[in-house]
Design a protein around this ligand. Structure first.
Ligand SMILES: Nc1ccn([C@@H]2O[C@H](COP(=O)(O)OP(=O)(O)OC[C@H](O)CO)[C@@H](O)[C@H]2O)c(=O)n1
Length: 570
């Protein structure tokens, strides 16, 4: 491409060899023949339509035009039917979904796993024969297995409810042990509620479960020196690899085994995170795709974040991942709205580092924003780095450096970016990804790219960080890995940025905003990508913010209710 301020050509994959095998994937169909509803947090759920999604998936997997050679099998990641399915219809609903999987051409199999919703409907004993898992075991309760579709690969399917309170009779020893475990680790009367639990302890709710320690072929030996750190009432065991070496994490097992791990040392430093506040003094609305947006409530989420960060008392700084106000903010109120949000950030007892999001640029020009957001940069640049301790460097990218947004209409960057969109996106409305396939959906006007000069600056910063043996946390409004984002929310030249990142080993994690539902992935080079859940889409009374504890060998994102906790080990 090599455009004015420059994004270079999007690379075709270098390796064009045929894959060893392909397989279809689908998760959380949660079918029920009932009207549409909403999740606990208010997100719409389409119980009947989900079966149509599955049928479309099967048609697509059967289509050798779109799936050259077809898929060899498919994996269903659980929750085949929903808990709201009337219980006298559970069996027929499960059968309906299984019939849809059965349409996979040539009798190719589907490999299923258990989800909590499966177990709300039917006991394990009834469910397991229906799901026909290749456990190859006389243990009729077993729901974990492995398959080897070709000599060089093995697929391992875990039973995440092996140790859980679900799916077994109340007086079954495993159910009793799991309930006792929940009693010890969750003080709420409603064990589905994580209220009051902090960080990763929020996972101790009845709708989750654990991998038990009794698996055949897993060699378990008791610890030499009695119990170590762990969950109260949980007896630790150490699991051995087949070669006898201990795995890198200490695992704990309860009566029937559950694995947990934690950190005892103090972090090097911690920082607050929040994304997509998108405040506007306007009534609630919806995204283009119909997800509710709470424009006024989002500032309450920020207020709660600042108050929690201040209570924490040990956060060195905060990072705001962009979209400080919304595009629907009346333009004569943009400045007032930005100032109102900044006043809230000012109540935090430390500095806040900001970055541009598309919505910032719908409201105000770049030059005005750089000074309002007090970015620690020279000239009008909106990318920068800083080092909160000798071992770490934080790099903040400007994901709209090369974009159609924020530059004057007659600026060469605007013209070059529009030209790129014309080449990549045939729609007359360049905000629409309609008809674009896969990661090509990112070529829409509400995204942008890191320009040539910024790429070269990034290269210099990463080289310097490597020389100084610093770990790097890369921050950008736009996500940079398809595994952690919808394709339509990706940075235009995420692949170019990641090519620079991969020249070094210093970048340990990339954090982003923009894709409001959030996401997490580990890319092929082991770099974690964490897209943060948006403050804007928190129904009143709920929140999405967090703080990151930074250790020499890991980051722990500790989220408030809608922001998921994430452990990033390196
Ligand atoms: N499919 C779409 C999606 C959006 N638009 C229009 O584009 C503008 C920006 O969209 P918006 O959802 O407000 O952008 P956010 O930054 O809040 O969210 C990120 C993306 O949605 C990521 O997936 C707006 O005018 C939309 O109406 C569109 O036309 N077609």
């Amino acid at each position: 491409m090599g455009a004015a301020n420059g994004v270079a050509a999007i690379q075709a994959p270098a390796n064009k060899a045929a894959p060893f095998f392909s397989f279809g994937v689908i998760a959380d169909v949660q079918y029920a023949d009932i009207p549409d509803g909403r999740s606990f947090y208010g997100v719409p759920r389409y119980y009947r339509h989900s079966l149509a999604v599955l049928r479309r998936a099967v048609t697509s997997w059967n289509n050798t035009q779109t799936q050259p050679g077809g898929v060899s099998f498919c994996i269903n990641f659980g929750d085949i039917v929903d808990r709201h399915c009337p219980k006298d219809k559970s069996l027929s609903a499960v059968r309906e979904v299984l019939d849809a999987f059965g349409e996979l051409a040539g009798g190719r199999p589907t490999y299923h796993m258990l989800g909590n919703h499966c177990l709300y409907n039917l006991p394990r004993t009834e469910l397991l024969p229906l799901l026909n898992m290749p456990t190859n075991s006389s243990d009729s309760d077993r729901a974990y297995y492995d398959i080897s579709p070709c000599p060089g690969f093995r697929i391992v399917v875990l039973d995440a409810y092996d140790f859980s309170a679900l799916g077994r009779a109340q007086d079954h020893p495993t159910a009793t042990a799991a309930l006792r475990f929940l009693e010890e680790n969750n003080p709420n009367a409603d064990k589905n509620s994580s209220d009051g639990l902090a960080g990763t302890a929020r996972r101790f709710v009845a709708y989750n479960g654990g991998v038990g320690a009794r698996g055949e072929g897993r060699r378990v030996r008791p610890p030499a020196n009695g119990p170590r750190r762990g969950v109260p009432g949980v007896a630790p065991v150490e699991l051995q690899r087949g070669d006898g070496r201990r795995p890198p994490v200490l695992e704990m097992a309860a009566a029937n085994g559950i694995a947990v791990n934690g950190s005892a040392k103090a972090p090097l430093f911690s920082f607050g995170v929040i994304a997509d506040v998108q405040y506007a003094d306007i009534p609630d609305g919806r995204s283009f795709l119909g997800v509710p947006r709470y424009y006024r409530h989002s500032i309450s989420v920020l207020q709660r974040a600042v108050s929690r960060w201040n209570t924490h008392n040990n956060l060195k700084f905060a990072i705001n991942f962009g979209d400080i106000i919304d595009g629907f903010c009346p333009k004569d109120k943009s400045l007032w709205a930005v100032q109102k949000v900044l006043d809230e950030f000012d109540k935090f007892q430390g500095p806040t580092y900001h970055m541009f999001g598309n919505h910032c640029l719908y409201n105000l020009p770049r030059s005005k924003l750089v000074s309002l957001l007090k970015m620690p940069t020279e000239f009008d640049r909106a990318y920068y780095d800083f080092s909160p301790c000798p071992e770490f460097r934080i790099v903040v990218l400007d994901a709209y450096d090369f974009s159609c947004l924020g530059w004057p209409q007659d600026h060469p960057v605007t013209a070059a970016a529009l030209k790129l969109l014309d080449e990549k996106n045939p729609n007359s409305d360049k905000n629409s990804p309609e008809g674009l396939v896969g990661v090509h959906r990112r070529f829409v006007k509400f995204n942008g790219a890191v320009g040539k000069e910024q790429l070269s600056w990034l290269n210099d910063v990463l080289q310097d960080a490597s020389t100084n043996k610093q770990n790097v946390i890369l921050c950008s409004h736009l996500p940079m890995d398809p595994g952690a984002s919808s394709p339509a929310a990706l940075m235009w030249n995420y692949d170019e940025v990641m090519s620079v990142v991969r020249l070094y080993n210093c970048v340990k994690a990339c954090f982003a905003g923009h894709d409001h539902k959030g996401g997490h992935s580990i890319d092929s080079h082991g770099v974690h990508h964490r897209t943060l859940e948006a403050a804007l889409e928190c129904p009143p009374g709920t929140s999405a913010f967090g703080h990151v504890e930074v250790y020499p060998d890991k980051l722990l994102l500790i989220g408030s209710d809608r922001m998921a906790d994430t452990e990033i080990c390196f």
